[in-house]
Design a protein around this ligand. Structure first.
Ligand SMILES: Cc1cc2nc3c(=O)[nH]c(=O)nc-3n(C[C@H](O)[C@H](O)[C@H](O)COP(=O)(O)OP(=O)(O)OC[C@H]3O[C@@H](n4cnc5c(N)ncnc54)[C@H](O)[C@@H]3O)c2cc1C
Ligand SMILES: *[C@@H]1O[C@H](CO)[C@@H](O)[C@H](O)[C@H]1NC(C)=O
Ligand SMILES: *[C@@H]1O[C@H](CO)[C@@H](O)[C@H](O)[C@H]1NC(C)=O
Ligand SMILES: *[C@@H]1O[C@H](CO)[C@@H](O)[C@H](O)[C@H]1NC(C)=O
Ligand SMILES: *[C@@H]1O[C@H](CO)[C@@H](O)[C@H](O)[C@H]1NC(C)=O
Ligand SMILES: *[C@@H]1O[C@H](CO)[C@@H](O)[C@H](O)[C@H]1NC(C)=O
Ligand SMILES: *[C@@H]1O[C@H](CO)[C@@H](O)[C@H](O)[C@H]1NC(C)=O
Length: 521
């Protein structure tokens, strides 16, 4: 009826439905339905890490417990008032691109109030709400001398991180963070609460480990294997970019040595920082056993550095330190290549060319990172031992390095120009790696741009596993169509993740609407 009335009045159907669907959510007993005229709504919008992801849903609904999520899903999926309303799901809100975790013409389900963390020491299991940030998790566990493998920046959200795989300081010892999930609790599109673990729904358990929760339902709790730990050693070190060749040589050696030194973690990146007006090399080093600068780090330690914060400290403190600047529009790109110094060097050169090209004609207030992380074969060995995930790294038979190449800019106009430029440089990096037989066909979901296809890169067996689980637990495909955001199994091979209103470069056309814009309307 409403739809017909809206058409007769010449209004878009969604406009007529936006408020009725939000009202229906309130009517279902949900206490936290935030409208654009409220401060809470603005706060939640601003809490998306990347400005690009700060969209304007009709309302934001915040469930506080699993039974609230059931009400939300029942209303959004089966409620007459929401029959033509799309929705998005967000936990930490750290995915950088527009449309993954938020929606303009629809309702956003925000798990941010579900952030309880509890530890069962007897079972060595930490139960974590999806909306927790890793800093909440470490703050709850650290004081007791326990931890779990999680984000390396404290503000990162738990749900997206874990269902996208999750690379942590502990991967060489324990596999990806997702491999440490004992049980997922999930609300399906028909409002059922299911558990997924090694014994119960093991197909869903595997599929959620890397397959993105966005394909199956809404995860309402993660039970993770926790372990006792003391402080770690680590921090950051800063180097002049003139140390490029030594850093690359040290990193290639490091990557091949992880097998012998699984307690170490090293991330290095070439970063343009506005304060320096130049590229510097930054490194994040950790020893998860708390050994100070163990021999595994000798090659890095031998390179003269400008400054460092290396020390013994808690897991939480070391991840607080790796927090990154907010208030920018972030564009990310990922690829993986064989552990090879020639390819590595070329990528660093292309990064510098990109920075120079951008710097020549744009506002100097921008940040770039060309960040490298080892992906040795030992990572997926642990994954397999722990029940397996769907990321497909077990099919990669050589030590590799993953690249996160990104830029953070201030305005939508700059984003529109930077996006195709970053992509073209990223594709040149891929082409060079391919020309040296060193392109590894694997993309890390947590770093991928919307136009990339991480699910396809997992290999056809894994794509089929994810598809089968999505069909079984969401037979009507609600999470493929009515919740369009994120990397969808139904869009594998089509060249576009769940985005909305994009131009040919993948930009969201409209500026985010503010409360002021809405009251004008
Ligand atoms: C500063 C920074 C540091 C980072 N560090 C790391 C790192 O160390 N290692 C690493 O692996 N990655 C890292 N990342 C990437 C990060 O893991 C991803 O951005 C991840 O998606 C963040 O999780 P989130 O909960 O914030 O996700 P969101 O952006 O909220 O969600 C991601 C996707 O999952 C879906 N989703 C979210 N919650 C649920 C749910 N409860 N049920 C169903 N679907 C859901 C969303 O719809 C969306 O499609 C970092 C990112 C940033 C910005
Ligand atoms: C519905 O959307 C219109 C236009 O986007 C807006 O003016 C109105 O405030 C919205 N209603 C609610 C309840 O958000
Ligand atoms: C905000 O918008 C909602 C939905 O349109 C409305 O019910 C509420 O009264 C408004 N609140 C204020 C303070 O204007
Ligand atoms: C909004 O955020 C500000 C700043 O973080 C905080 O002081 C304020 O209490 C928040 N308001 C609401 C209503 O959540
Ligand atoms: C943990 O184990 C101890 C000793 O076996 C027992 O006394 C205690 O009740 C258990 N606690 C919980 C929460 O199960
Ligand atoms: C790097 O070294 C060069 C000289 O080799 C110097 O000019 C430059 O200022 C240094 N940069 C930083 C960030 O220290
Ligand atoms: C919304 O308002 C802001 C500030 O008033 C303005 O800069 C922006 O262009 C407006 N956006 C739209 C879509 O009208």
């Amino acid at each position: 009826m409403l739809k017909v009335a809206a058409i007769l009045l010449g209004l878009p159907a969604a406009l007529a439905q936006n408020s009725t669907c939000c009202q229906a959510l309130q009517g279902a007993g949900l206490a936290h339905v935030l409208y654009p005229n409220s401060t809470e709504y603005s706060n939640r919008t601003e809490s998306y890490w990347s400005v690009s992801a700060q969209l304007s849903p009709y309302c934001i609904v915040q469930p506080t417990c699993t039974s609230d999520v059931v009400k939300v899903v029942n209303t959004l999926v089966a409620g007459a008032s929401c029959s033509s309303t799309k929705f998005a799901v967000r936990s930490g809100g750290h995915t950088v691109w527009a449309g993954s975790n938020n929606i303009n013409d629809g309702v956003t389900v925000d798990l941010g109030l579900m952030k309880d963390v509890s530890l069962d020491k007897n079972a060595s299991v930490a139960s974590i709400g999806p909306g927790a940030r890793w800093m909440n998790v470490y703050a709850a566990l650290d004081p007791d001398g326990w931890t779990v493998p999680g984000g390396r920046a404290g503000s990162v959200g738990v749900a997206g991180f874990l269902t996208g795989g999750g690379n942590s300081f502990f991967t060489a010892r324990k596999g990806f963070a997702c491999d440490n999930v004992k049980n997922f609790e999930l609300v399906t599109a028909n409002g059922e609460v299911v558990n997924a673990n090694a014994d119960e729904n093991p197909d869903l358990w595997q599929a959620l480990k890397g397959g993105s929760a966005a394909n199956f339902g809404i995860v309402t709790r993660f039970d993770m294997f926790a372990f006792q730990t003391g402080n770690l050693w680590g921090g950051t070190a800063t180097y002049n970019k003139s140390a490029t060749a030594e850093q690359i040589a040290a990193y290639v050696k490091w990557t091949d040595n992880i097998n012998n030194y699984p307690d170490g973690s090293s991330i290095i990146f070439w970063s343009y920082l506005p304060a320096m007006a130049d590229i510097v090399i930054l490194a994040a080093y950790e020893d998860t056993q708390g050994d100070e600068a163990p021999v595994g780090f000798d090659d890095f330690m031998a390179i003269p550095r400008i400054a460092d914060t290396l020390r013994i400290d808690s897991h939480k403190a070391l991840t607080d330190e790796l927090e990154q600047a907010t208030g920018y529009r972030d564009i990310w790109f990922t690829m993986t290549f064989a552990n090879d110094a020639e390819i590595f060097t070329k990528i660093v050169e292309l990064n510098e060319a990109f920075v120079n090209e951008w710097k020549a004609t744009n506002d100097p207030d921008f940040i770039t990172q060309c960040m490298f992380q080892s992906i040795p074969t030992v990572f997926s060995m642990h994954s397999v031992e722990r029940g397996g995930n769907v990321m497909g790294l077990d099919a990669v038979d050589r030590n590799a390095i993953m690249l996160l190449f990104n830029i953070a800019v201030k305005t939508a106009d700059e984003e529109a120009v930077a996006r195709p430029l970053l992509r073209s440089y990223g594709e040149q990096m891929q082409e060079f790696a391919a020309s040296k037989d060193g392109l590894v066909d694997w993309q890390f979901m947590n770093y991928a741009d919307a136009y990339q296809d991480p699910l396809a890169s997992y290999g056809s067996d894994n794509v089929e596993k994810i598809r089968a689980a999505a069909r079984k637990f969401d037979p009507k495909g609600v999470f493929q169509t009515k919740a369009p955001g994120g990397f969808k199994i139904s869009r594998v091979g089509t060249g576009a993740a769940g985005v909305e209103e994009r131009d040919m470069f993948g930009n969201v056309g409209a500026e985010p609407k503010t409360a002021a814009n809405l009251s004008d309307a």
